[in-house]
Ligand binder design. Sequence first.
Ligand code: ASP
Length: 343
Amino acid sequence: MSKVLLISTGGTITMVREQTSGALVPADLETFKAFMPELFAGSIQVDIQAFDPMIDSSDIGPDSWRRMAEMVYDHYEEYDGFVILHGTDTMSYSASALSFMLENLGKPVVFTGSQLPVGVLRSDARENLLTAIEIAAEQDEEGNAVVPEVAIYFEDRLFRANRTTKRNAEHFSAFNSYNYPALAKAGVHITYQPHLIHYSDPNLPLTLHTEFDTRVAVLKLFPGIQPEVVRSLLRTPGLRGVALETFGAGNAPSAEWLYDELKAAVDRGILIVNKTQCNTGSVEMGLYAVSLNLMRAGVLSGYDITTEALLTKMMLLLGEHPDDLERVRALIGTSLCGEVTVD
Ligand code: ASP
């Protein structure tokens, strides 16, 4: 019998409506389990561990990422796969973070949640959770995990976690992976795409990374942005890294003051990575003259990475290699576990 560890952090999937305020709040674990008797009636053994209390994903950050990753790491040998129940709002951040924390992962870690609480008749919770468990338990004839990576299963698609973005607050199809195809599609059968799946070297042991440096920021450019705004962000005391959200293929205003501020920040040892504001496509610095200043200032290309993956990758690399900025800069331009297409 396959064994899956279900780690519940909270999110809408676990929520009930509070009598007084009418707002959705996470239920306790027993209430949640009572809504899902199917969990314990199938051919897969499902054990549950939950955050106590379970929380909305807006309250999740590096401490919770550590707890989730440690739960996987501590029970790695006991289970065939792992499912993490999580609110949809920040799921792409957490799932991206875990993909970098769990180096050489050889078993599935599948995040899922739902847009409607499990107790609501039309809820998407049941299908999402039961299919995620099936995917987490799936093995080939040799007993190897079919999807040995951190993934998000939602509605009918399985995506590489660090390629996802929450795209919809209304539809059941809440996530998309704009720059990488789905790893599997669920209909009557679950159809996997093995040529798209990331396989770690089976001879390397699972290695847990838990050091994050959260002194990072997102700077989103817009037409008319003022020097004072850029200056005050880039001169934030202690700042270590910036995801610079640019136009189109990685373009920025060619104003001299912007170049000066970016160059000065890079010279002060701040890691600045160019990430396009477009969902689909890649940064191509040098394609247009308006991105040449960024290159000259020492801004790195983020290629086609998502903001979620870039921020969590920067936090982890800066945390793990606090005194080796050259190494961090080199690793930003490298795919660690399929998060970026580097040409
Ligand atoms: N606010 C909820 C959360 O992220 C939304 C959801 O789960 O869909 O925890």
